[in-house]
Design a protein around this ligand. Structure first.
Ligand code: HH2
Length: 398
């Protein structure tokens, strides 16, 4: 590298500036000029009719491109370089009452969309969700789960499996005792607790990584959190019973809010979506609010669009294609595609033969800012993420 190259290398400049106060403030534009110029487009919904025209004009004056083809439906699309959106945070309402708050909301949504790192507080410790997604290993203590049903009904085998997954690279273990596959038979709370207790007692005591419990029932959640589980994964997103949020709040646990309409029994004949991404985004936003009112701060929430939960192949693909849009919710995203039936439909492979298909979704998710992947196959996932990380590192050095 010659001197001129060194001078213009963002890493070298960053290194030189690192000792100076204020470096943090302008580091993003110095270190990453490409990022600041990144073209960003956002869709703004529910704009009041009287605000449409002034909003459009003000945004244009501020240098944004505004597409108002859907203005009749209260919808504007706003595009501009990433850094410019920060200007909107302090935009004045002036002659257009309501413009200031709307502009600030757009700025916040864009900022959240590009937030790359989260610290998830977990009852005394915290889980760092960075550029590389965390691996949540699946452990089902059920006789009937769609892919590993019956394999880990014996507590000793289950515990062994959890340790193996951690050795292979799992960052946390998700333990469930009721299958949520379409058509699954509901399990009474007492039976769920009976299956979970011997396994969780050991795992929460000895496993070096956090443990989450996959349950929709507040009484089950309560018992598990008492045993030291630190994350409550409610696949019904509190639709089954809102008290799961109260339980999470009381124990100071993190809460995974998964999107599911209907119940495992009904979800195959479930609702159709006109715009799955928009509808699911809206529902998840409402659910975060319900959790907040129950006492779970947003900082403890992880969001999951619920791949396969009452969704057709095309809905799942839509969600995957536009998964980045959900980042505007401002919370880390979890994705559970592992071995699911839509992958079988796409590849023609049986449940036990969907590791490659799952790996494709993992790579896709990782490249689009998903922070956790819930998978059965840990080794394969570690390899996929390791290769992506190595490429990413080169990109940052370039
Ligand atoms: N998928 C399953 C179960 N729990 N939790 C979250 N947050 N996201 C998911 O996508 C998700 C989940 C279904 O998978 P599995 O546990 O393997 O099967 P079963 O429900 O049949 O036990």
């Amino acid at each position: 590298m010659n001197d001129a190259d060194r001078l213009h290398n963002p890493r070298v400049i960053a290194g030189t500036l690192a000792g100076f106060e204020g470096f943090q403030r302008f580091s993003s534009s110095v270190v990453d000029p490409v990022r600041s110029l990144l073209p960003v487009a956002v869709e703004v919904e529910h704009v009041a009719q009287e605000l449409l025209q002034p909003t459009k004009e003000r945004l244009a004056v501020l240098g944004f491109f505004v597409d108002d083809r859907d203005a009749e439906r209260g919808r504007l699309r706003v595009a501009g370089p990433l850094d410019r959106f920060a200007l909107l945070e302090s935009a004045e309402s002036d002659q257009a009452p309501g413009f200031g708050p709307l502009a600030a909301a757009i700025a916040r949504a864009v900022e959240r969309r590009f937030t790359d790192e989260f610290d998830l507080p977990l009852r005394g410790r915290s889980l760092r969700c960075g550029r590389r997604p965390l691996i949540m290993g699946v452990l089902n203590l059920t006789p009937d789960s769609f892919s590993d049903g019956g394999l880990y009904e014996d507590p000793h085998t289950a515990i062994e499996r959890a340790f193996t997954m951690v050795e292979e690279g799992a960052d946390l273990i998700d333990v469930g005792a009721e299958s949520t596959r379409p058509g699954a038979r509901p399990v009474p709370a007492a039976e769920e607790i009976k299956r979970l207790t011997p396994v969780l007692r050991v795992l929460t005591d000895r496993l070096p990584v956090p443990v989450s419990v996959d349950t929709m029932k507040p009484e089950v959640a309560d018992r598990c959190l008492e045993m030291g589980v630190s994350i409550l994964n409610d696949v019904s997103g509190m639709e089954f019973d809102r008290r799961t949020a109260d339980v999470a709040a009381r124990h100071g646990a993190a809460l995974v809010i998964n999107h599911m309409r209907g119940t495992p029994r009904t979800m195959l004949s479930g609702p159709r979506y006109e715009d799955p991404v928009a509808e699911i985004t809206r529902t998840l936003r409402d659910r975060v609010e319900i959790a907040r009112q129950a006492g779970v701060p947003e900082s403890r929430v992880v969001l999951d669009p619920g791949i396969g939960f009452g969704k057709r192949v095309e809905d799942n693909l839509d969600l995957l294609a536009k998964i980045e849009e959900l980042r505007s919710l401002g919370r880390p995203l979890l994705l559970g595609c592992s071995r699911k039936s839509f992958l079988g439909e796409l590849t023609g492979r049986s449940v036990s033969d969907r590791a490659f298909a799952t790996a494709a979704t993992t790579a896709h998710a990782a490249l689009r800012g998903v922070k956790m992947v819930r998978v059965h196959d840990i080794k394969e996932t570690v390899e996929v993420l390791g290769v992506l990380e190595a490429i990413d590192e080169r990109l940052r050095l370039a």
